[in-house]
Design a protein around this ligand. Structure first.
Ligand code: GTP
Ligand code: MG
Length: 325
């Protein structure tokens, strides 16, 4: 495949901070995990030099606006920033759309910034797999900070949230506040809690959040970190400095406590398992049972000739007996 010859050249260009090479490699990684393996044979990063920050919140709370403001400040501090905007519900992908808020600030023109949006369509092997791989590419490119924006609702997004070293959860007044806060697992997710649109209020949300924290007595015992609640205004930039300062505080906390290394090790473990699963599944589905056989099996099960478990078991047995040969 002609594409394969180009991989090495693209990786070299990536390491020389060529944005076009980064964009091409991300597209390849999104669409074909097969070729992604070849890319990563030439890249030996372990997400140690790039720091990953997750920004999660319901639609419209101001995530993209804040991401734009945060990115700008970080770049002013001399950091190189990558943004991944994950939107499973969006029909677009491939960097074609991204928060117009960010675009409006002309940030896209900044050479220190690279943005990419990711939708389910066109991504092979799961959004979290692609997000992880894109983080690796961005790190190899030389990004210091990677910001991942997600709505955080689906399972694949929960997996993406687990990738981030510091998670910022954003809510906004007047958008079903108590529901937003009570949403599953906010205390487990939020390292920093942000109430955006403070021009519209939000003191009550802060009070409610602090009460919840006080109730969760065991919480601080788990990680030794008590999330703070910060009010921001995405339009004026109010509160952004405080938010960034808190990000650095949390970074220091996870680094010194060893939590960060544990997290990285878990990511490595999950990646190994992912790769094995992918290969084994591919082997079984192409080598041991083809699409037609599987179809026939499904009809037989549907006609109650045997059970789902017996069907799966027969394939697994075939797999192991083949291994023994
Ligand atoms: N009043 C007010 N409006 C804000 C503030 N921050 C953002 N907005 C507005 O809120 C709207 C949604 O902002 P986005 O940044 O697109 O929100 P989002 O969370 O990224 O939205 P999705 O990506 O669609 O989930 C936009 O019209 C923003 O201009 C703020 O602090 N105050
Ligand atoms: Mg957005």
């Amino acid at each position: 495949m002609a594409q394969l010859d180009k991989i090495e050249e693209l990786v070299t260009r990536l390491k020389n901070k060529d944005k076009i090479a980064l964009a091409r490699l991300i597209s390849i990684v999104e669409n074909s995990p097969e070729i992604a393996k070849i890319i990563f044979k030439n890249i030996d990063h372990l997400l140690k030099s790039a720091y990953i920050i997750g920004i999660t919140g319901s639609p419209g709370v101001g995530k993209s606006t804040l991401v734009g403001k945060i990115a700008k400040k970080l770049m002013d501090q001399g950091k190189s920033v990558g943004i991944i905007s994950v939107d499973p519900s969006s029909p677009y992908s491939g960097g074609a759309f991204l928060g117009d808020r960010i675009r409006m600030t002309n940030l896209t023109m900044n050479p220190k910034l690279y943005m990419r949006s990711l939708a389910s369509r066109g991504v092979t092997g799961g959004l979290s797999r692609a997000t992880f791989d894109i983080c690796l590419l961005m790190e190899a490119f030389g990004k210091d900070i990677i910001l991942i924006e997600t709505v955080g609702a689906g399972q694949s997004e929960v997996d993406i949230i687990k990738l981030a070293y510091t998670n910022i959860v954003i809510v906004a007044p007047g958008m079903g506040d108590s529901i937003q806060i009570q949403k599953a697992g906010i205390l487990e997710i939020a390292d920093i809690f942000v109430v955006n649109k403070c021009d519209l209020g939000g003191d009550d949300i802060i009070a409610q959040f602090n009460m919840m924290l006080d109730d969760a007595i065991t919480y601080s015992g788990l990680t030794g970190w008590r999330p703070s609640a910060i009010q921001t205004n995405g339009l004026t930039g109010e509160g952004i400095d405080e938010l960034i300062e808190e990000m650095w505080n949390h970074k220091e906390h996870v680094e010194l406590s060893g939590i960060l290394d544990e997290k990285r090790k878990t990511m490595i473990k999950n990646k190994i398992i992912d790769l094995i699963k992918y290969e084994v599944e591919k082997y079984i589905l192409s080598g041991l049972v083809n699409e037609n056989e599987l179809k026939e099996m499904v009809s037989n099960i549907f006609n109650e000739e045997f059970s789902i478990f017996e069907g799966a078991e027969s394939i697994i047995e075939k797999f192991f007996s083949k291994l023994k040969k």
